[in-house]
Design a protein. Structure first.
Length: 88
């Protein structure tokens, strides 16, 4: 529901003001055993959390996907969920 609301708000604001453009981007990660794992690119190995003045805190080399619509966002989420580590 939240994804649909965000997309609806972005479309309404773009339509009303005409000159605003929005970008919807998604990434999935988990912190497991004190390691940050990119759930969209788990082969990348453990990632580092960094901080910069311009970006604030961020995860270095985290795969970020551009999404156009809600189905794109949901596919990113599903892929991330498939790659999660779960206990037996």
């Amino acid at each position: 529901r939240a994804a649909r609301q965000i997309c609806d708000i972005m479309k309404r604001r773009s339509d009303k003001q005409g000159h605003n453009t929005y970008a919807l981007k998604a990434a999935c990660f988990e912190i497991y055993n004190e390691q940050v794992i990119d759930l969209l690119n788990p082969e990348a190995g453990p990632l580092q959390i960094r901080e910069s003045r311009s970006q604030g805190f961020f995860i270095e080399n985290l795969l970020v996907v551009d999404c156009q619509e809600v189905p794109d966002l949901m596919e990113v989420f599903k892929e991330g969920m498939r790659n999660r580590k779960v206990g037996a």
